[in-house]
Design a protein around this ligand. Structure first.
Ligand code: ATP
Length: 484
């Protein structure tokens, strides 16, 4: 059988987004009312994919480490949290409008893309000069003005219009504000959390007091975050409501860079284990880490829309805990028995976007190939994240084949997400499962009825093997764990 995978470079982002809608991975939110910008819903396949990613992360971060505990904090928090964290005063994006296309962009990203373009054209010296000026602009007292002059002097054009007609750069606060309670005169403003990290910081002493962890230890959380993203045009890459998978690792001051190196490599390896080739990942060191961080790096993935961040690893010093100590008046120090000292721990954070990880897996899995002269679309997910693990088909809708197929489906269903399908030709049923990314398909045919077992077809190799009925659960189990 001919199996000719096409290179990923031929993949188009719009094909992937169309498949997401067609096959029920992702829908536009409130679509019947024309949709709500940068807000999406997950359909039956998408929700499974997302759940699998979430579970993989939790297993790797919480269950696999005896010194990491999980929490699930509320989305609404005391407003002082965001004063202390600095979000009220400084959670801004520098935005610029292209007057010709009326589109809005992040000024810093326009410059970064310009530098990338110069490098890809081999203009290294010029790229280095612009990079240096960019760093200076980010550190300038009037950062918006400095970014604006750099865009003008580099003659960076509007990505959509090609025009050179910019407004000034302005800063926008990205937190969603809402009201609690109804008493007039009371300050009832409150924010939807823009990150999950602060829920961990404010619970740091609670976790310490109620679990057996000792420094160094981590607290992990997966949950929703909200940002009023102004530039939001890239499907689930940038949403106003999204999920983060964050872990804050509390360490002795002075050991933070060691922990930072440890988590850099652990997080990189996790993405590779989920089926992302290392060649499609790269590090992006922050030119200007936040003022409280002493090291910060992003892991970027090469999306069809270019290299983009999926996760940040940040060494945040004792900034957050010190600020909460100051604003709440509560002690954030701990007593370390081993060293006999009292101190505010330093923190290394790993912060990954759940939705961005899902989008990365969708982009990476998407393939078009030709089998026996007919083209097919395949989502080549790693078995661990595949939304449907097995498709089960009776070859014919008679002679007891559906009953046998249903019995096998039921035997697998308690452990795996299985899809039973008896409609259409067997070829069409395979194609449907290929598009959903099911690693295995099981067919019940006449030979099955005569005790010859079932046919199991592998999505990627197209190999077909016969497996005895009673061996099917073990076979599937091995395949899902990568042993078959
Ligand atoms: P970006 O520069 O792309 O806006 P960020 O540096 O502000 O991202 P962080 O605050 O470090 O992002 O958040 C950690 C992770 O949360 C990011 O790596 C990303 O995967 C995810 N994330 C952030 N903003 C969004 C969003 N609007 N939609 C989806 N995921 C997001």
């Amino acid at each position: 059988m001919a199996f000719k995978p096409q290179p990923m470079s031929s993949t188009r982002f719009d094909e992937i987004t169309a498949l997401c809608k067609r096959r029920g991975f992702v829908f536009q939110s409130s679509e019947i009312y024309g949709g709500l910008g940068a807000t999406y819903d997950y359909g039956p396949l998408g929700v499974e994919l997302k759940r699998n990613v979430r579970e993989q992360w939790w297993r790797d971060m919480v269950y696999a480490n005896k010194n990491i505990e999980g929490i699930d904090a509320a989305i609404l928090m005391h407003p002082k949290v965001w004063k202390a964290s600095g979000h009220v005063d400084a959670f801004h994006d520098p935005l610029i409008d292209d007057k010709a296309s009326k589109r809005r962009y992040r000024a810093d990203q326009l410059i970064e893309q310009h530098i990338d373009r110069l490098r890809s054209k081999g203009k290294t010296e010029r790229a280095d000069t612009v990079q240096k000026r960019f760093t200076e602009a980010l550190n300038a007292e009037d950062m918006p003005k400095a970014l604006h002059s750099l865009i003008l002097s580099e003659e960076i054009r509007g990505p959509d219009s090609g025009a050179f007609d910019w407004t000034d750069v302005r800063q926008f606060n990205m937190m969603f504000e809402t009201k609690v309670g109804a008493l007039a005169g009371e300050d009832s403003s409150i924010y939807l959390r823009p990150e999950t990290a602060q829920g961990i910081f404010v619970n740091f002493q609670n976790v310490l007091a109620t679990s057996r962890v000792q420094i160094p230890f981590g607290i992990a959380q997966i949950g929703k975050a909200f940002r009023n993203e102004i530039v939001a045009r890239q499907f689930i890459f940038r949403m106003r409501e999204f999920e983060q998978m964050e872990m804050q690792y509390f360490v002795q001051p002075g050991t933070q860079l060691e922990a930072y190196e440890l988590w850099r490599s652990r997080r990189w390896d996790w993405h590779v284990r989920n089926g992302i080739p290392a060649s499609k990942l790269r590090w992006h060191v922050h030119e200007k880490p936040a003022h409280y961080a002493d090291a910060a790096v992003d892991i970027q993935y090469e999306f069809p829309i270019g290299w983009q961040e999926i996760e940040g690893i940040h060494s945040r010093t004792d900034y957050d805990l010190s600020r909460h100590q100051e604003y709440s008046g509560k002690k954030m120090q701990i007593f370390d028995q081993a060293s006999g000292s009292r101190f505010i721990p330093y923190v290394v954070e790993t912060s990954a976007g759940l939705d961005r990880t899902v989008l990365m897996l969708l982009c990476e899995a998407y393939r078009k190939d030709v089998v026996e002269g007919r083209s097919r679309t395949v989502m080549a997910f790693a078995p661990s994240v595949a939304p449907i693990k097995v498709g089960v088909f009776p070859l014919l809708r008679k002679d007891g084949m559906p009953e046998r197929a249903r019995a096998i489906t039921d035997a697998l269903r308690c452990e795996w997400n299985v899809f039973y399908d008896e409609k259409g030709s067997i070829g069409k049923r395979y194609r449907r499962m290929d598009e959903a990314g099911a690693p295995l398909c099981i067919t019940i045919d006449r030979d099955t009825l005569e005790g010859e077992g079932v046919t199991v077809r592998n999505r990627d190799t197209l190999e077909q093997v016969r497996v005895a009925d009673d061996q099917v659960p073990a076979f599937v189990s091995d395949a899902m764990r990568g042993a078959a």
